[in-house]
Design a protein. Structure first.
Length: 726
C-alpha cells in the first residue's frame, strides 16, 4: 500500500509501503494513485512528497507480477504522468534504493532529493526488460543520451554522489531525507513547474548523434552476448532522440511487450528469484537456514597461495576479514605474496574509482607466513592446496591439532570426498567444502559442500562467509564432483566423443558459444589447463602407468572412453599455458585461440587408427548431446538429494560455469524445451551409443515425464526419498 499523511501544514506525504523493498505491486500503485488524487483534491494541500517505508524508496515494479495474469493492470506509466502533471510541486525523497519503476516514479516528480547513501538505477535490463514506465524517455531528457544509455543498458546502480553530478538528483543530504524533501516542497509552493516536467523538455543534442549512436549500438551488442534486452533498451533510448515524448512512450511500450513475451525475461526473472531461493538452504536431515546461526569470522587463514589461494585471500581482504596466507616454504610464500599484492593493487584501483578504499598494507589485516603456529587464533581456515587427497589429509590433521577447537576448517576442493578429509580431524562437524571458482576474487559462485558430520552452524557460517565476500553460496551434498563438476563431466565427455566421430573443436565450441556459453568446452579446457584433468584421470587409474596392461584404448570398465585428451597431454599440449592445446595460441600463455591444422590432421589419423568412420555432425546433435547429458546428470543429482532443488543447479551453472543467464540455467532450460523432448532425444542417442551410460536418461526424468511433465516448481514433490546424505 501507500500511506497518506500530512508532513507539514501544507505538504502531503505519500509513503510507499510494501516490505521489504516497497516493490510496486498493484495494491501499492492503486494506493499511490489514490494518494495523488486526494492531495490534488484537497485545497489545503499545496505540495506533495513521495518517499518509501523503512528507509527505502522502492525497488521498482513487483517482479512477480510479470508472470501473473494480472500484469495488464500494472499501469505505472499513467500514474507517473499524473505525478508530473500535478499543479502542486511533488518532491521525491530517495532513501536506500530507487530502482526500476521506483526511479521512474522519482523521475515523474518535479524535484528529487537523495540521501548520501542512496543508490539509484534502472536494472530492468538484468531481468530481461526495459524501463517500461516512461523511464527510457524521461532519463535521456534529464541527463543526456550517453549517461542514460550507460545506466539503462547496464542496469548498474548509481551512488547518490554520482547521481548529483549527473543531474539525476537535485540535492544530496546526510540528514533526514523526508524532512529535507518536505522543507523543499514547502519552499516550492506557488513556483512555476513547467521547466521541471521532463516530458516537456527536449533531449539534449549531441554534435555527432548519429555516429555516437551507431558506435554505442555496436558496444551494446558486443556486451549482450545473445541477450535481447540491452539492444531493445538501446532502441527505446534512440526513439527518445527521434520522436516526440508521447510517440517515444508508445515505442517504449511496444519494445517492452516484445521483451515481456520473449522467454528471456522469464528466464532472467527465474534466475533472480533462484539466486535468492538458494540463500534459504536446507539439507535432507532437516537442518536449515531458519534454525542455524552463523558464527562470526574475525580472522581467517588461507593455506596455499597458488592461483586459487591468491584469489581467496583477495576476496577475504576485500570483505575486510583479517587474513593470514600460509605457504610451505619461503620461496613459494614470496611468489604467492607478490601475486596477492598485485591482485590487491588492481582491486584497490578499481575500488578507488568508486570512492572506496582497500586496506591491505596493514599486517593486522594481511599477514604471510610459513609457520602453522600462526594459525592458532584464526576462526576459519580455507585450505587451497593441490587437489591431492593425501596432502589434504596431512594438512587437515595438522590443522586439527593446531587450530583452536571452535575454528572451522574448509577445503577448497572441486571433487574430493569431504568425509574422508574430515575423518582425519578431531572436529568433523566443523569441516566443510568451499569450492571456489577461478579467478576466485572475480567469480561469484561458492559451492558449499556439507559432509556426513558437518553441523548446521558450520553450513550457516560458510553461507555467511559467502555473503560477506559478495558471493552466491549454494549448499550441496557430498559426491564426486559435487554438483557443478559432476554435471560438467558428461558435457565435456560428449564434446570429446563428438571429436572422435567427426567434429572439430571449433565446431563444438561455436555451437555452444552461439547457445550463449561464454566459452565452449575446448576453449575452456585450454584455459583451465588440460593437465588438471589428466592428473585426475591418472589418480583414478584411467590412464598413465597404473592402467592395467591390455586395457582397450577406447574403453574403461566396460564403457566408452576417449583417450584424446590424454594423448594431447602426452604431447605436452596443456592449453594456453603451453601455447597449444585443442587450439594454437600466439605464444605460451597467449589468449587468442586459432584453429590448429595440426589438431585436424591428428584427429583424422586418430579416426583412421581406430577405424572410426568420420561423419558430418550437425549443430542440433552437438547441442543436444552436450546439454542433455548434463541435464540428465542434474536429474540424478536431484533424485539423490545432493541438491535441494533445480534452482541450486541453475544458480551454480549461471554463476560458475558461464551458462547464459538469459536461458535460466540448465534445469530451467530443460523445462522450456519440455521434459518429454529431452527424454526422447536421450533415448535416441543412448540407443546409438549403448556404451555411454551418461546418455541414458535419468530415472527421475523418466518419472517426471510419466507424471505428465509437471512445471519445474513441482518437480521435487515427485521425489520420495527414503535415505538422506547426512
Ligand atoms: C532491491 C535490491 C537491491 C535489494 O537487495 P538486498 O540484497 O537487500 O535484498 P534481496 O535482493 O534479498 O531482496 C529482498 C527481498 O525482496 C524481494 N524483491 C526485491 N526486489 C523485488 C522486486 N522488484 N519485486 C519483487 N520482489 C522483490 C527479493 O526477492 C527478496 O525476497 P525474499 O522473499 O527472498 O526475501 C534487490 O532485491 C534488487 O536488485 N531487486 C530488483 C530490482 C529490480 O530489478 N527492479 C526493477 C523491477 S522491473 C520494473 O520496475 C519495471 C518498470 O520499469 C515498469 C513496469 C511497468 C510496466 C507496465 C507494463 C505492464 C505490462 C502489461 C502488458 C501486457 C502485455 C501482454 O500480456 O501481452
Amino acid at each position: 500500500m501507500a500511506q497518506y499523511a500530512r508532513g507539514a501544514a501544507a505538504v502531503a506525504v505519500i509513503r510507499l509501503r510494501n516490505p521489504p523493498v516497497n516493490a510496486l505491486s498493484l495494491t501499492v500503485l492503486q494506493a499511490l494513485e489514490d494518494g495523488l488524487k486526494r492531495a490534488d483534491a484537497d485545497p489545503s494541500v499545496k505540495a506533495v512528497t513521495i518517499c518509501g517505508e523503512n528507509g527505502k524508496f522502492s525497488a521498482g515494479a513487483d517482479i512477480r507480477v510479470f508472470s501473473s495474469p494480472k500484469k495488464q493492470g500494472l499501469g505505472l506509466g499513467p500514474i507517473i504522468s499524473l505525478i508530473e502533471r500535478s499543479e502542486k510541486p511533488v518532491v521525491a525523497a530517495i532513501e536506500g534504493i530507487a530502482l526500476g519503476g521506483g526511479l521512474e516514479v522519482a523521475l515523474g516528480c518535479h524535484y528529487r532529493i537523495a540521501h548520501v547513501q542512496a543508490r539509484m538505477g534502472l536494472p530492468e535490463v538484468t531481468i530481461g526488460l526495459l524501463p517500461g514506465a516512461e523511464g527510457t524517455q524521461r532519463l535521456p531528457r534529464l541527463i543526456g543520451i550517453p549517461a542514460a544509455l550507460d545506466i539503462i543498458t547496464t542496469g548498474r546502480h548509481v551512488p547518490a554522489t554520482e547521481a548529483l553530478k549527473l543531474g539525476l538528483v537535485d540535492e544530496v543530504v546526510e540528514e533526514n531525507t523526508v524532512e529535507a524533501a518536505i522543507r523543499l516542497a514547502t519552499k516550492l509552493i506557488g513556483q512555476p513547474l513547467g521547466h521541471r516536467r521532463l516530458s516537456l523538455r527536449p533531449v539534449p543534442r549531441l554534435p555527432n548523434m548519429e555516429a555516437f549512436l551507431s558506435d554505442a549500438l555496436m558496444k551494446v551488442k558486443k556486451r549482450a552476448q545473445g541477450c535481447l534486452a540491452p539492444e531493445l533498451c538501446f532502441q527505446a533510448i534512440k526513439a527518445a532522440t527521434e520522436l516526440p515524448f508521447a510517440d517515444g512512450v508508445r515505442k517504449e511500450r511496444e519494445l517492452f511487450n516484445i521483451l515481456l513475451t520473449s522467454g528471456q525475461a522469464k528466464a532472467l526473472q527465474y534466475a533472480f528469484f533462484a539466486e535468492r531461493a538458494v540463500e534459504k538452504w536446507t539439507t535432507p536431515n532437516g537442518a536449515s537456514w531458519k534454525s542455524a546461526s552463523p558464527q562470526p569470522i574475525r580472522k581467517a587463514a588461507v593455506i596455499g597461495l597458488g592461483t586459487m589461494g591468491r584469489g581467496i585471500v583477495t576476496s577475504l581482504v576485500k570483505a575486510k576479514i583479517p587474513v593470514v596466507g600460509l605457504e610451505q616454504d619461503l620461496e613459494y610464500l614470496n611468489t604467492g605474496r607478490k601475486a596477492v599484492m598485485l591482485l590487491l593493487e588492481r582491486e584497490a584501483m578499481k575500488m578507488e574509482q568508486g570512492a572506496q578504499t582497500l586496506d591491505f598494507h596493514n599486517p593486522a589485516r594481511l599477514q604471510f607466513t610459513v609457520d602453522f603456529d600462526v594459525l592458532r587464533d584464526v576462526d576459519l581456515v580455507i585450505e587451497a592446496v593441490f587437489e591431492n587427497m593425501a596432502l589434504k589429509k596431512e594438512i587437515f590433521n595438522k590443522l586439527s591439532r593446531i587450530c583452536k577447537p571452535e575454528a572451522f576448517l574448509c577445503t577448497n576442493t572441486s571433487a574430493l570426498n569431504i568425509d574422508e578429509i574430515a575423518s582425519v580431524t578431531n572436529r568433523p562437524q566443523q569441516v566443510i567444502g568451499t569450492h571456489f571458482f577461478s579467478p576466485a576474487h572475480v567469480m561469484r559462485l561458492l559451492e558449499i559442500i556439507y559432509g556426513r558430520h558437518t553441523s548446521p552452524t558450520t553450513i550457516a557460517t560458510a553461507m555467511q562467509l559467502a555473503k560477506v565476500m559478495k558471493k552466491v553460496g549454494v549448499v550441496v551434498g557430498n559426491c564426486f564432483g559435487f554438483v557443478g563438476n559432476r554435471m560438467m563431466f558428461p558435457y565435456t565427455q560428449q564434446a570429446v566423443f563428438l571429436l572422435e566421430e567427426g567434429s572439430r573443436p571449433e565446431d563444438v565450441d561455436r555451437v555452444l558459444e552461439d547457445f550463449g556459453f561464454k566459452i565452449g568446452p575446448f576453449r575452456m579446457s585450454d584455459l583451465a589447463g588440460l593437465d588438471v584433468g589428466w592428473r585426475s584421470r591418472k589418480d583414478q587409474g584411467l590412464t598413465g602407468p597404473s592402467l592395467a596392461p591390455g586395457t582397450p584404448a577406447r574403453q574403461r570398465r566396460g564403457y566408452r572412453y576417449s583417450p584424446l585428451p590424454d594423448l594431447l597431454c602426452e604431447k605436452g599440449r596443456f592449453g594456453q599455458k603451453t601455447g597449444k592445446g585443442w587450439y594454437q595460441y600466439e605464444k605460451a600463455g597467449g589468449r587468442i585461440s586459432k584453429p590448429d591444422p595440426w589438431i585436424h590432421s591428428f584427429l583424422s589419423e586418430y579416426r583412421d587408427t581406430h577405424q572410426i568412420k568420420t561423419r558430418f555432425i550437425d549443430q542440433e546433435e552437438i547441442l543436444e548431446r552436450c546439454l542433455f547429458a548434463l541435464i540428465s546428470e542434474g536429474f540424478d543429482i536431484l533424485a539423490e538429494g545432493i541438491a535441494s532443488g533445480p534452482e541450486h543447479l541453475d544458480v551454480i551453472y549461471i554463476n560458475g560455469y558461464g551458462w547464459p543467464k538469459h536461458r535460466g540455467g540448465p534445469m530451467f532450460y530443460a523445462s522450456t524445451v519440455g521434459l518429454p523432448n529431452i527424454l526422447a532425444k536421450l533415448q535416441k542417442y543412448s540407443e546409438m551409443h549403448p556404451d555411454v551410460p551418461q546418455l541414458r536418461p535419468s530415472a527421475f526424468l523418466k518419472k517426471l515425464v510419466a507424471m505428465g511433465n509437471p512445471p519445474l516448481n513441482d518437480w521435487m514433490s515427485y521425489l520420495h526419498r527414503q535415505s538422506n546424505k547426512l
